[in-house]
Design a protein around this ligand. Structure first.
Ligand SMILES: *Cc1c(COP(=O)(O)O)cnc(C)c1O
Length: 415
C-alpha cells in the first residue's frame, strides 16, 4: 500500500483526550497494554471495596435482612436502569439477568410467540455461534417447524426479508471482523415486512452510543463483562420495547417474573412489565460487582467515547498499514468508521502463535479461529501511546518471526 499520510499524532491525541482521567479509575497491571476489553473489561477500582462490603457487612452481618436493607432484590432493575442510558432505552425496559445466551432464549421465544404463522428466523452465518445455537434450540423446542436461515453477507439480508420471516436476529457489531450493521435501517426494513427484530449488543454496549428507542428495536440483549466491565461471567442484560410488555410468553417463567413472588401462589401470573424476563434469584455478588462497574458510567459522555474509539482504531490501522502488506497481515475490519464497531482485526497465517507472542510481551489481544487476530479499543482506559506501542511490538514479532517458538503453538482451552 502507498504510504498513508499521518493523520493522528499520539502525543497530541493523548494530551487533548477528554476521557484521559478515566484510566485512573481502573486497576491495570504495570507493563500491560490491554486490547481485550471487548472480551473481558478491566477492573474498575471501586468494585473491590464494594464487593468486599457486600460480603463482609451485607452477607456476613446482615444476613438475609440484606434482601431488603441493601435492596438486593431489585439489583436486576437497578443495574438495568444504568445500562438503559447507554443504549437509548427508557426506564423500565432493561433488566440485568442470566447470560446473553439465556436472555436470547427468552427474547427469541417471546418474539416468535408474538409473530405466529411465520416460519423463518433470519440471521448471519458469521454471527457469534451461541446466538445460532440458541436459535436452533428455540426452534426445536417450539416444535412448529421454525427454520433458521443464514445470510452469507450483510448485503444479502434486506433481500431475505419476506412475509414468512418472523424474526430478524442480528449482532450489531460482528465479534470477529468488527463490521457494524445499520440498526435503524435494518429495523425499519424488517418492520415494513411485519418482522420483529432482536439486536445483540455484546460488542456495542459501552463501546458507542446506541439508540434502541429511536431505531424502534423490538428486543436487545448483551453482555455485562465486555465493554461494560462487569467482571468475568457478569450478568447480561436484556431490553424489551414497551409496546411488547405484557403481550408475550417467556418460557423461563420463574418466580422472579411473577407479579407477586412473595405471595407464593401456586399458579404463575406474569408481572406484565420487564420483570417478566427475570427467572430466578439473582447472583448477588456478581450483580453487586456489575452495579458498581456501571456506576462508573454515570457521567461518561458516550459521544466522546465513540469519537475516541474511532480515533484509536484509525490510529492503530494507520500504524499497521506501514508494514501490514509486507508482513502478511490483511485488515478485515472496515476502514470506514461508519461500518465498524470498536475493534480492529487482521487475518494472517500463524495468528494463534503471533497472539501468544504478543501476550508474552504484555500486549493482550485475542485470537479467533480460524485466522483472526483481534484488538479491542476501550476508550476509557487506553491511550494513543499504548496503541502505537502495540503496533510496534506486533511489527517486531513479525519481522523477527519471534512467534515461531514451540511455547507459542500450544492452544489453551480459551483463545
Ligand atoms: C460474547 C458474546 C456472547 C456471549 O454469550 P454468553 O452467554 O455470555 O456466553 C453472545 N453473543 C455475542 C454476539 C457475543 O459476542
Amino acid at each position: 500500500m502507498d504510504s498513508t499520510p499521518i493523520k493522528i499524532d499520539p502525543t497530541h491525541a493523548d494530551l487533548s483526550d477528554p476521557l484521559r482521567a478515566y484510566r485512573d479509575r481502573f486497576e491495570l497491571p504495570e507493563g500491560v497494554i490491554y486490547l481485550d476489553g471487548n472480551s473481558l473489561g478491566a477492573l474498575p477500582k471501586t468494585v473491590r471495596q464494594r464487593v468486599a462490603k457486600t460480603i463482609c457487612e451485607e452477607w456476613g452481618e446482615q444476613l438475609i435482612r440484606s434482601w431488603n436493607t441493601a435492596d438486593w432484590v431489585h439489583l436486576p432493575q437497578r443495574v438495568g436502569k444504568k445500562i438503559a442510558r447507554l443504549i437509548g432505552a427508557q426506564d423500565g425496559t432493561v433488566v440485568a439477568a442470566d447470560s446473553t445466551s439465556i436472555n436470547l432464549f427468552k427474547v427469541l421465544s417471546a418474539a416468535l410467540d408474538l409473530n405466529p404463522g411465520r416460519s423463518k428466523i433470519i440471521s448471519e452465518r458469521d454471527n457469534f455461534p451461541t446466538d445460532l445455537y440458541i436459535a436452533e434450540g428455540v426452534a426445536k423446542q417450539i416444535g412448529k417447524g421454525h427454520r433458521l436461515i443464514l445470510a452469507d453477507a450483510p448485503k444479502d439480508i434486506p433481500g431475505m426479508l419476506d412475509d414468512d420471516v418472523a424474526v430478524l436476529m442480528l449482532t450489531h457489531v460482528n465479534y470477529r471482523n468488527g463490521y457494524r450493521h445499520d440498526m435503524a435501517a435494518l429495523t425499519r426494513a424488517a418492520h415494513d415486512m411485519g418482522i420483529l427484530v432482536i439486536w445483540d449488543l455484546a460488542h456495542t454496549a459501552g463501546a458507542m452510543p446506541v439508540d434502541l428507542t429511536g431505531a424502534g428495536a423490538d428486543f436487545a440483549i448483551g453482555c455485562g463483562y465486555k465493554y461494560l466491565n462487569g467482571g468475568p461471567g457478569a450478568p447480561a442484560f436484556l431490553y424489551v420495547n414497551p409496546r411488547h410488555h405484557g403481550g408475550f410468553r417467556q418460557p423461563l417463567s420463574g418466580w422472579f417474573g411473577h407479579r407477586a413472588p412473595f405471595d407464593f401462589d401456586s399458579a404463575y401470573a406474569p408481572s406484565g412489565g420487564i420483570e417478566q424476563y427475570l427467572c430466578g434469584t439473582p447472583p448477588v455478588l456478581a450483580m453487586v460487582a456489575m452495579d458498581e462497574a456501571m456506576s462508573l458510567w454515570d457521567d461518561v459522555d458516550m459521544e466522546a467515547v465513540r469519537t475516541k474509539s474511532v480515533a484509536l482504531c484509525d490510529f492503530f490501522i494507520q500504524e499497521i498499514d506501514k508494514f501490514a502488506e509486507d508482513l502478511g497481515l490483511t485488515l478485515v475490519t472496515p476502514r470506514d468508521p461508519g461500518l465498524r464497531g470498536s475493534q480492529v482485526s487482521y487475518s494472517c497465517d500463524n495468528g494463534y502463535a503471533i497472539m501468544q507472542a504478543l501476550i508474552a510481551r504484555g500486549v493482550i489481544g485475542d485470537f479467533r479461529a480460524p485466522d483472526i487476530i483481534r484488538f479491542g479499543m476501550t476508550p476509557l482506559y487506553l491511550s494513543f501511546a499504548e496503541v502505537g506501542q502495540a503496533a510496534a511490538v506486533l511489527k517486531e514479532i513479525l519481522e523477527t518471526r519471534a512467534w515461531d517458538a514451540p511455547e507459542y503453538q500450544v492452544r489453551g482451552a480459551v483463545t
